[in-house]
Design a protein around this ligand. Structure first.
Ligand code: A3P
Length: 307
């Protein structure tokens, strides 16, 4: 189908991906007006795959390398509360282009973008095929994060509940299996970035949420190197501490209020942050069927999810 109801809203299938009608306008404006700078760093993700964490890590890397983190290092980490993340939610530090720039009625997207000092850190949830040529053809870099489909769904379901109230898990599961979810199907989204990254490894870095959990320091160092801002051990530890779920979740700035005028509560971005929470929600049949769809789609791609 080209159109259906998802949750409580109408939904369109546009060039193979699902989105709400209100997003179409924003995406078209992004595609026709955005101008990439060669030193932009664009974070990209399917929703609920670690966007907030990636934003927080990159903000901390930038901060650490631009201002020097000597004070923080001297204090040994722990108590410092003067960094950008202590004052602003990660989503206010790194704006999602199609929501917080082209989705606002009260300000001019071009003014917001041209007023940002270089190098800019920006984010998008759009699939690779939807990105404007200015991003694809400039020297700007893209950092993509992904997460296994089962945890992504469970995280998305909790997020839906925080937006809409009670929602049956079975319904969310059936929709996810059919790919009917914002910017879904999830696996198609992942594969687009995966294949592009194989062709352009200097332009696109591909990360997995599970690898970040397993080897945070190694992954953060790899990420920082890709951003042209290599970190030493102490700096990597600082970045990890600043961007940690425990810390962010308990910061006053993330406890109350919504993300700009987008009606999503700030605290809904911080939940459990573990690998394998899906085991608490999936029946064996659900696991089998989603694994089967995943296997079929990934066949021959050279890509596999962790966990
Ligand atoms: P769970 O719902 O499984 O806990 P996104 O940021 O893309 O919306 O993804 C949200 C998921 O990332 C949530 O997963 C959330 O708890 C987790 N998350 C948010 N901040 C995190 C952080 N700093 N470290 C690890 N996980 C984090």
């Amino acid at each position: 189908p080209k159109q259906m109801i998802w949750g409580k809203a109408p939904f369109y299938n546009w060039e193979g991906f699902w989105c709400s009608p209100s997003m179409v306008k924003n995406i078209l404006a992004f595609q026709s007006h955005f101008k990439a700078r060669s030193d932009d760093i664009i974070l990209a993700s399917f929703p609920k795959t670690g966007t907030t964490w990636l934003k927080a890590i990159c903000v901390s890397i930038f901060e650490c390398k631009s201002k020097g983190d000597h004070d923080h290092v001297a204090h040994g980490g722990g108590g410092d509360q003067t960094d950008e993340l202590s004052k602003k939610n990660p989503h206010s530090c790194v704006l999602t282009i199609e929501h917080e720039i082209y989705g606002k009625d009260d300000s001019s997207p071009d003014d917001i973008l041209s007023g940002m000092p270089s190098p800019r850190l920006l984010h998008t949830h759009l699939p690779y095929s939807f990105l404007p040529d200015t991003i694809k053809k400039s020297n700007c870099k893209i950092i993509y994060i992904t997460r296994n489909p089962k945890d992504t769904l469970v995280s998305f379901w909790h997020f839906m509940i925080s937006l809409w109230g009670p929602y049956p898990f079975e319904k969310a599961y059936d929709e996810f299996l059919k790919g009917v979810i914002h910017y879904g199907p999830h696996i198609d989204h992942v594969l687009e970035y995966w294949f592009e990254q194989l062709k352009m490894s200097e332009k696109i870095l591909f990360l997995k949420y599970e690898e970040l959990k397993k080897d945070p320091k190694g992954q953060v160092k790899k990420l920082a190197l890709f951003m042209g801002r290599p970190l030493n051990e102490v700096e990597a530890e600082q970045v990890l501490w600043k961007s940690s779920l425990d810390r962010l979740k308990n910061l006053e700035v993330n406890k109350t209020g919504a993300i700009s005028d987008f009606k999503v509560l700030k605290n809904s971005f911080f939940r459990l942050g573990v690998v394998g929470d899906w085991k608490n929600y999936f029946t064996e049949e659900m696991e089998r069927n989603l694994d089967e769809v995943t296997r079929a789609k990934l066949e021959g791609s050279g890509f596999d999810f962790d966990a």
